[in-house]
Design a protein around this ligand. Structure first.
Ligand code: NAD
Length: 351
C-alpha cells in the first residue's frame, strides 16, 4: 500500500485518545473517523484530534469506505463482535487489550483475519517502552543465556477501575477483574521478553476481597490473582496482580491508585534483567555484578506501536504481535480462571 492508511478510532476514552494522538504523529496514517455515542466525549475528542468524520456507533464507521483500518477501544465484551464485524467489512484491526473475553473467541478472529488476509493486532503499548526495548535487545543478543523464570507483577493497593456504567467490575461486560485488565499487561511483558513460548499448564487462584471500596452496581470479578505458568521450553512465570490489597511499603506510592507497581524480571543462566529500576544482574567469572541500564531513547510507546501497525499494513514491517499470540494469551487467562475455580493445575491444549 503506497498511500496513507486511513484509520478510524472506536471509543473515545483514554486509550482511544492515546491512539488518536499516535495516528496524528504518524506520517503514514490519517485519523479518518471516530465512532463514539457519548456526545460529550465525542465533542472533546473532535476538538482535540479533529477526525475527518464522526459516527455514533461502530457499525456506522465500519460501513465507511474511506476507512482502511480501525482501532477498537470499546468495553471488553464488544471487542469480539466489533473485531469480527470489522474484519468482515475488510478493515485491518488494532484492538485494545484484552483481545477478547476468552480463547474460543480469539480463535474465531484468528481464522477470520487469515481468511480475509487482513492485519490483526492487539494493543500492548508496553512492548514498546524504552525499558522493554532495551531488555528485548539484550535478550536478542543472548546476554541473559537460557531464560528459565520470569516474575510478572502489576499490583495496586487501591485502584479498582469502573469505566462508563461500571463495566470493569461486571463479568458479563469485562470477562474478569484485575487479571484481564492489568494482569494481562504484566503477563504479556514477561512472556514477550521470554520469546512467547507455548504455554502448557497453569496453577492459579483468584480472590475478591475489596468489593466494598467502590460503588458499582455489579461487582462479580476478582480483585487479585496469582498464577504459576509452565511453558513448552520448561521455563516458568509467576504472576501477581491486584486492583486492591493491603500492600506493604516495598511498593511505591503512585498518584492515582494508591501503592502501585507494574514490573517484570526475567532470569537467565547468564544474567537477569529487571525493568524497574532498569538493571542487569550478570554473572562475571562467578561474581554477581549489578549494572544500571540507560534506555537509548525516550520515544513514545503508543506512537511506536501505531507505527508498527501502520507499517505492517503497508507491508514494510513485521508485526510485533499476532493473532496467534493473542490466542495463547487468552488461553493462559482462561486456564488461570479455570485453575482457580477447579482448584487444580490446568493443562493448555496443544495447538
Ligand atoms: N492499553 C491500555 O493501557 C489501556 C488503558 C485503559 C483501557 N484500556 C482498554 O481500552 C478499552 C476501553 O477502556 P476505557 O477505559 O476507555 O473504557 P470507557 O468505558 O471509559 O470507554 C469506552 C468508550 O466506548 C464507547 N462506546 C460504547 N459503545 C460503543 C459503540 N457501540 N460504538 C462506539 N463507541 C462505543 C463509550 O461511549 C466509551 O466512550 C478496554 O478494553 C480497556 O481494557 C487499555
Amino acid at each position: 500500500m503506497q498511500t496513507k492508511v486511513r484509520i478510524g478510532v472506536v471509543g473515545a476514552g483514554w486509550p482511544g485518545q492515546q491512539h488518536a494522538r499516535a495516528i496524528r504523529a504518524s506520517t503514514n496514517a490519517i485519523l479518518q473517523a471516530l465512532a463514539e455515542p457519548n456526545d460529550e466525549r465525542a465533542a472533546e475528542f473532535r476538538a482535540t484530534y479533529a477526525p475527518e468524520t464522526t459516527h455514533a456507533d461502530y457499525s456506522d464507521l465500519l460501513g465507511d469506505a474511506d476507512v482502511d483500518a480501525v482501532v477498537i477501544c470499546l468495553p471488553n465484551h464488544l471487542h469480539f463482535p466489533a473485531t469480527l464485524a470489522a474484519l468482515r467489512a475488510g478493515k485491518h484491526v488494532l484492538c485494545e487489550k484484552p483481545p477478547t473475553m476468552n480463547g474460543a473467541e480469539m480463535r474465531v478472529l484468528q481464522e477470520e483475519a487469515e481468511k480475509h488476509g487482513l492485519v490483526y493486532y492487539f494493543s500492548r503499548q508496553f512492548r514498546f517502552t524504552p525499558g522493554m526495548r532495551l531488555a528485548r535487545d539484550l535478550i536478542a543478543r543472548e546476554q541473559l543465556g537460557k531464560i528459565y523464570f520470569a516474575e510478572a507483577v502489576w499490583v495496586r493497593s487501591r485502584g479498582i477501575p469502573t469505566g462508563i456504567g461500571g463495566w470493569f467490575t461486571d463479568k458479563q461486560r469485562s470477562g474478569g477483574g484485575t487479571l484481564i485488565d492489568i494482569g494481562i499487561h504484566a503477563l504479556d511483558s514477561a512472556w514477550y521478553l521470554m520469546g512467547t513460548p507455548r504455554p502448557v499448564s497453569v496453577t492459579a487462584s483468584v480472590f475478591q476481597n475489596f468489593k466494598h471500596l467502590v460503588r458499582t452496581p455489579i461487582f462479580d470479578v476478582e480483585d487479585a490473582a496469582f498464577a504459576f505458568i509452565r511453558f513448552a521450553n520448561d521455563a516458568v512465570v509467576q504472576l501477581k496482580t491486584s486492583w486492591a490489597g493491603n500492600l506493604t511499603d516495598e511498593i511505591p506510592q503512585g498518584d492515582v491508585f494508591g501503592r502501585e507497581l507494574n514490573n517484570c524480571t526475567v532470569y537467565g543462566d547468564k544474567a537477569t534483567v529487571r525493568l524497574k529500576p532498569l538493571t542487569l544482574f550478570s554473572d562475571v567469572d562467578g561474581e554477581l555484578v549489578d549494572q544500571a541500564l540507560e534506555p537509548q531513547d525516550n520515544a513514545d510507546s503508543f506512537e511506536l506501536q501505531m507505527q508498527n501497525f501502520v507499517d505492517t499494513i503497508r507491508g514494510v514491517a513485521a508485526p510485533v504481535n499476532s493473532a496467534k499470540q493473542a490466542v495463547y494469551l487468552m488461553e493462559m487467562l482462561d486456564a488461570i480462571y479455570l485453575s482457580s475455580s477447579s482448584r487444580r493445575e490446568v493443562p493448555i491444549a496443544q495447538v
